[in-house]
Design a protein around this ligand. Sequence first.
Ligand SMILES: *[C@@H]1O[C@H](CO)[C@@H](O)[C@H](O)[C@H]1NC(C)=O
Ligand SMILES: *[C@@H]1O[C@H](CO)[C@@H](O)[C@H](O)[C@H]1NC(C)=O
Length: 405
Amino acid sequence: MRSSLFFLAALCLESIAALPQKASSNPISSTQHAKVDTRANTYQDHAEAALDRLQQWYNHDTGLWKSYNPSWWQSANALTTLVDMVQTGSPKAKKVADTVIPNTFQAAGAFNVREGHRLKRAAAAAAEDNKVEEKKNPYSNGYYDDMGWWAMAWIKAYDVTGNKTYLATAEALFADMTTGWGTNCSAGGMWWDKKHTHIDPIADTLFLEVAAWLANRVPADKKSHYADWAVRAWDGFRRSPMYVSGEGEHYVTAGISVKTCRLGKNPHGYTYSNGALVSGLVALSIATGNRDYLQEAHLIAHTIMKIMSKDGVLREPNIDQAHPGQAAPQFKGVFMRGLMRLHAADPRPEYRDFAQRCADSIWDKNRQGDAELGPDWNGPFHGPANASPHSSAMDGIVAAWRMTK
Ligand SMILES: *[C@@H]1O[C@H](CO)[C@@H](O)[C@H](O)[C@H]1NC(C)=O
Ligand SMILES: *[C@@H]1O[C@H](CO)[C@@H](O)[C@H](O)[C@H]1NC(C)=O
């Protein structure tokens, strides 16, 4: 068992050690203000160098970034990272986004429809996943979490462009997601897939997040529709075995068995469903004016920083760091985005310190060449390098940049 006292001590040592090191490289750090600006500039430089590398993996024809084939939901995350950079004030990201947002909207949607047809020819069973949805929305498929990632990406695209086509796309995705509500383990709660094979908290937390974010963007007459869904999603989820609260720890565990409706043998959970939940609760607090949701987000953030980190740097628990597979390399960035949004709503110095420790470790210990970033933020770098671990690590740097601005 992890000792939280030891962790706290390590955390303090880490942050104290990090300060003079950064300040000494800055000759004009005589005031707190200048010091903060310089750090923000450094993170911006790192994020922009990493963006150059990210775009080398961008395929203009498919609108997707090269990672693990078909790089579908990962590309939604890469697009979200890009938009976060635009919002943090990167002129370089703005220039890239001006082309990439409309191109991805057109090309990735077409890819998904095409992919559906390809699967149809290859295997009738797999085709079921895509058959109905392609007509409704080019971003739909058989997986509620995939639709959630793309809904979030298009909400973000709407935020930086003001283009209502993207908001409408997110709303249509959410409408499709509501068909996943109601498992045979509870009246509420989301299925992970349209075939009803699996129940996983990432589908629930993204469902809540998308609903709450939409509630804060749609016209007044539609707001309660989304806010009500978000409240319903949270009320169901917090009572399920997939959410642990009590004894000072609040966090999302892993999925539950469809057969038993109980947690499996290894219920540790992952950083990303916690990140989606933090972001969703922040948005729900804004939508409803109820700060209880914000307090819950703080409790989750503190738990994750404690139980899913090593040397004060975010780390995926129970993952073989050398062979993280094809999903986990994307996860940590999602948590950092959630933390960044929580910090924007209700800043806490420990979040900024945590983000800086992650960003510094990513750059110093988890980088190959100029700006190629790997999956293990504690380092050392290991490949294969691709847009998934890379964009996830960028989220860590962007979070530090945003919080030091
Ligand atoms: C909004 O986005 C869509 C999809 O990228 C694009 O076709 C359309 O031209 C955009 N509208 C405006 C006003 O920019
Ligand atoms: C829930 O439904 C699935 C089929 O969709 C079935 O295999 C499973 O046994 C059911 N679980 C319970 C607890 O009834």
